[in-house]
Design a protein around this ligand. Structure first.
Ligand code: SF4
Length: 344
């Protein structure tokens, strides 16, 4: 295929967005921005990125940050395992590499939460190393450019795409080339309605020539999500609202939630369960049904507002949160529908 780097880079230098991590692409900045951008849109990420960098300007600050503060900085972005891994990796970097990310693709891959894409982005953008950074955007662009009908969830297809990226990557500007591909996928060769009419690669795009660009990439259908009933009790007592910390492993690890059961539970069963903690409640209202989508599971939430006069000592993983304690507890967005009822 005709080289894509010259027209792509020409387009990139003329059209790239000004982004804070692009202006100062240190390994730490690129790392945090790439982790935030997994599963989250650029416009949503930018204010989080600015706030995060202000609070935690370097890797030692991230490594030492108390968990509650860290989760607060991430609150609303979701997928908290990302930030938990970010901190674990920062701690390893402080212990083994003197607080600086290693400038080596293979070593980056050994750090928690850093996969081939993130390692490639850091290595190429911050260290200028010739590495691929192939994410969904790049797979889409290359499937279209080569009119490749292979299933992009197939490792062989991804390998083929990675080889094509590297065949086009100019050795003197791997970071710019990778960023140009990401930007091009986000702004021109978009998942729906790619702007083929104004595309700098139009002349060499085999997908556009074959008239099937928008049908690419091909992807095996996702498995259906399982549904799970979740019964929530927003319990208000003399000391505040009852909150419970989730286990340190698994879904929403270590985050706070209202008292709840991950099952369909009757009002009587919920009241009995609370009574075993010494909390006798009366119902003051129903919670409107809500749902929350995780990657593999859909929660269907419902439940009640309850009131109690009791304030017994609680197990270690529970607390009474006052209305003014909003800054101390990170509630996952799964409870967004009830948030104002829990911590106004
Ligand atoms: Fe994408 Fe269309 Fe450009 Fe091909 S011509 S690379 S499909 S925007």
């Amino acid at each position: 295929m005709y080289p894509i780097a010259p027209p792509l880079l020409g387009w990139f230098y003329a059209n790239r967005r000004t982004l804070p991590f692009r202006e100062d692409p240190t390994p730490y900045h690129i790392w945090v921005s790439e982790i935030m951008l997994q599963q989250t849109r650029m416009t949503a990420v930018l204010p989080y990125y600015e706030r995060f960098m202000k609070a935690l300007p370097d890797i030692p600050a991230l490594a030492a940050c108390p968990t509650e503060t860290l989760h607060k900085l991430w609150e609303g972005l979701g997928y908290y395992s990302r930030v938990n891994n970010l901190q674990k990796a920062a701690q390893v970097v402080c212990e083994k590499f003197g607080g600086e990310l290693p400038g080596d693709y293979e070593t980056l891959l050994t750090l928690p939460g850093i996969g081939p894409y993130t390692a490639g982005a850091i290595a190429s953008i911050s260290f200028g190393l010739p590495c691929p950074a192939v994410d969904g955007n790049v797979l889409r662009v290359f499937s279209r450019l080569y009119c490749d009908e292979g299933d992009i969830t197939d490792p062989e297809v991804k390998k083929r795409c990675t080889e094509r990226v590297m065949a086009h990557q100019p050795p003197d500007s791997p970071g710019d080339f990778n960023q140009a591909l990401m930007e091009f996928g986000a702004l021109v060769c978009t998942p729906r309605s790619p702007d083929c009419a104004h595309c700098p690669l139009r002349e060499i795009c085999e997908g556009a020539a074959a008239g099937c660009a928008e049908e690419l990439p091909k992807k095996a259908p996702k498995k259906e999500r399982k549904t799970q009933k979740v019964t929530v009790a927003v319990v208000r007592g003399p000391l505040g609202v009852l909150l419970e910390k989730r286990p340190e492993k698994g879904l929403l690890a270590g985050l706070w939630q209202p008292y709840m059961k991950e099952e369909d539970c009757t009002e009587a069963e919920m009241l009995t369960s609370l009574a075993t903690l010494g909390i006798r409640c009366r119902k003051t209202g129903d919670l409107k049904p809500a749902r929350h989508l995780f990657t593999h599971i859909e929660w269907q939430l419902s439940g009640w507002m309850l009131e109690t006069d009791d304030a017994p000592d609680l197990p270690e993983n529970m607390t009474w949160a006052k209305e003014t304690d909003g800054d101390m507890y990170t509630l996952p967005s799964a409870f967004g529908a009830y948030r104002t009822l829990i911590l106004p």
